[in-house]
Write a protein that binds this ligand. Structure first.
Ligand code: M6R
Length: 618
């Protein structure tokens, strides 16, 4: 959480830093701040609220925009309420150093007390102000340069951080460091300029050369000289790897859509195609995934697969459970990463752990991976963000090729995660012989049709909007599904609650009569996934039970359905496919529905309150 954007070079820093913050606002938007150095003075502007508010404030301070060095921050509050004072950047006591930080310094209180005893005083309640003063204290007591002071100070710090630090007495350098929170360095031509950011989006139009720091590394960035990377623990030099960015500017802009979420919903046909392209080979009748092939024995001989993830990725993991057990006949457990990591799980080297994460930075998922590895498990990652911490921490893995997902509510990440899980389940099923070859080929053909079917489904947007207008004022909603579509019900409920703030719960349809049925009356909308395969008749019975208690039914049915259409108050049709593939279709109208309800209620769809895209704290 929190976004860092900084620049040092020959261009005007302010527009680069502020636009960078706008692109990183998905990481947190409790407050924003920027420091611009004009060659002599550091100009600080910061405020509670969004980057647009900060921009308004700076409009009346033209001097605060002049300079070729700048550092900005958009905050998701941890220590200290979101107010102007707690906003970043933070100065050291002397006013010489300035620092922005993403993460949590766990031992900040002990350090703060020690610094107070040495005469320091603090303006804010943040752990970040403690860190910048610790660096200053080390610099003064050791009589060293900023780089050395940062390295020594960080050896005393417990927690997680990505930081950027600037010393006005050394105006051609910025120091950055990371432990547990991401930081990327954009390298300009001939080392004449450098960009620092939580991800590469703020500098993609200026350079395609990026260095991603590893955990426990720091970098001294010097204009005209280059980037020196050191290990924080022992100061050893590391050769930095410069990666070529694949990201383009139009991928991170709205492209004519009102919101990123809507754009990302509409990108799903392409995202799913990109995810199976080159992997699903129809002519050869195989699935080609070297990340699985190299470790095929691990999967085939596994006692079980344990899937760890959070939020929407956890819902994709639940779909994975149905896929792996049904198609590959391998037992699966799906765990919340946050529970798994703290419940002393029994893991052996016969277990395969699959970690799913869009961002590849989720702290709990990362910790679950480290734990599983330490207990001997083979760990496979499914991530969207290339080069992310989880992608690097796992033994092997596959990327979803969804492209950058900027809306805080996950959409295309979910369907592409399910796509990867389907490919793996089919591949393992074929290798094990648990899927007859003609069924396997049928799946490939049906999978190939999915992007087109999603495209068709997106055309029902107007109908979904009408349904949204009927139910937008509901206070509570239920989402029901069975089998492969039970996780889709959970995901539908999560989408609604996170962007519209309407209370919503997902349930396996049959569980309804064990409690939630008590909630049903004429004011309760119930979204039921009732596709024609699997447990159709059973779901129809559940719908009847709801109708006899006056509940309102909005059903997702297969094209050509007769029975449910007659009973339901509203229905949305999805194209026919194999039951195991239905989540890729049934989830689309539920995403659109949440989107339209949130828009109608005037909510901030892309940046819902209290949330952040990348949850890098526990
Ligand atoms: O980046 P990750 O997939 O690891 O993120 C996990 C959750 O934080 C994320 O899915 C969250 O639940 C989204 N807001 C859901 O829309």
């Amino acid at each position: 959480m929190c976004g860092i954007s900084a620049y040092i070079g020959y261009r005007k820093a302010y527009p680069i830093v502020i636009n960078g913050l706008k692109r990183l606002e998905y990481r947190g938007y409790d407050s924003a701040g920027v420091m611009i150095f004009d060659g002599e003075n550091m100009h600080l502007s910061k405020t509670k609220g969004k980057v647009s508010h900060l921009e308004e404030i700076i409009k009346s301070k033209p001097k605060s925009k002049v300079g070729n060095i700048g550092m900005g921050h958009t905050r998701w509050a941890t220590h200290g309420v979101p107010n102007d004072v707690n906003s970043h950047p933070h100065f050291s006591q002397s006013g010489d150093l300035v620092l922005v930080h993403n993460g949590i310094i766990e031992n900040y209180d002990t350090i703060k007390k020690e610094l107070i005893s040495r005469g320091y005083s603090f303006k804010s309640d943040t752990d970040t102000e403690v860190l910048v003063n610790l660096i200053e204290e080390v610099k003064l007591t050791e009589g060293c340069k900023l780089g050395k002071a940062v390295q020594l100070a960080l050896t005393n710090v417990v927690g997680a951080y990505a930081i950027a630090v600037f010393d006005k007495n050394r105006p051609n350098e910025i120091i950055v460091a990371r432990l547990g929170s991401p930081i990327a360095i954009g390298v300009g031509k001939d080392n004449k300029e450098f960009f620092v950011a939580s991800d590469a989006s703020p500098f993609v139009e200026y350079t395609k050369d990026a260095i991603y720091l590893e955990d426990e590394e720091m970098a001294i960035i010097r204009v005209g000289k280059g980037v020196k990377v050191h290990k924080i623990m022992d100061d050893a030099l590391v050769q930095p790897e410069i990666q070529k960015l694949q990201m383009s500017l139009d991928q991170i802009e709205k492209g004519g859509f009102d919101h990123f979420m809507l754009k990302e919903i509409y990108e799903q046909p392409k995202a799913i195609t990109d995810t199976f392209r080159g992997r699903m080979l129809l002519e050869e009748k195989i699935i080609k995934m070297s990340s699985i092939e190299t470790y095929l024995d691990k999967f085939l001989n596994a006692n079980r697969i344990i899937i760890v993830a959070c939020g929407t990725s956890w819902h994709a993991g639940l779909v994975g459970e149905y896929l792996f057990e049904d198609l590959a006949r391998i037992p699966v457990e799906v765990e919340y990463a946050s529970e798994f990591r703290y419940r002393n799980p029994i893991i052996t080297n016969k277990d395969v752990v699959i970690a799913i994460s869009q961002s590849g930075e989720t702290a709990d998922t990362l910790a679950a991976i480290k734990l599983a590895k330490s207990m001997g498990a083979f760990v496979y990652g499914i991530c969207n963000v290339v080069g992310s911490s989880i992608a690097r921490e796992t033994h092997s893995g596959a990327y979803t090729h969804a492209g950058p997902e900027i809306g805080v509510a996950s959409t295309k990440a979910f369907t592409t995660q399910i796509t990867v899980l389907t490919l793996i389940a089919l591949k393992l099923g074929q290798a094990k012989g648990s899927i007859p070859q003609h069924n396997f080929e049928n799946y490939l053909e049906k999978m190939q049709l999915i992007p087109k079917q999603v495209e068709e489904l997106l055309q029902i947007d107007e109908k979904v909007k009408e349904i949204a207008s009927v139910y937008k004022d509901a206070k509570n909603c239920l989402y029901l599904g069975r089998g492969f579509n039970f996780p889709v019900a959970l995901e539908g409920a999560l989408k609604l609650k996170e962007i519209s703030y309407i209370h919503a719960e997902g349930y396996p349809a049959a569980e309804m009569k064990h409690g939630p049925i008590a909630l049903i009356d004429e004011n309760m909308p119930i979204f039921v996934i009732a596709t024609n395969k699997g447990h159709y008749e059973k779901v129809v019975s559940n719908i009847q039970e709801i109708k006899s208690r006056a509940g309102k039914i909005i059903a997702i049915v297969t094209e050509g359905d007769v029975t449910v259409k007659e009973i339901a108050d509203h229905y949305i049709e999805v194209p026919d496919t194999e039951e195991a593939l239905t989540p890729l279709l049934t989830t689309i109208p539920l995403q659109l529905l949440s989107y339209h309800i949130a828009v109608m209620l005037g909510k901030n769809v892309d940046q819902p309150r209290n949330l952040a895209k990348s949850v890098t704290v526990e």
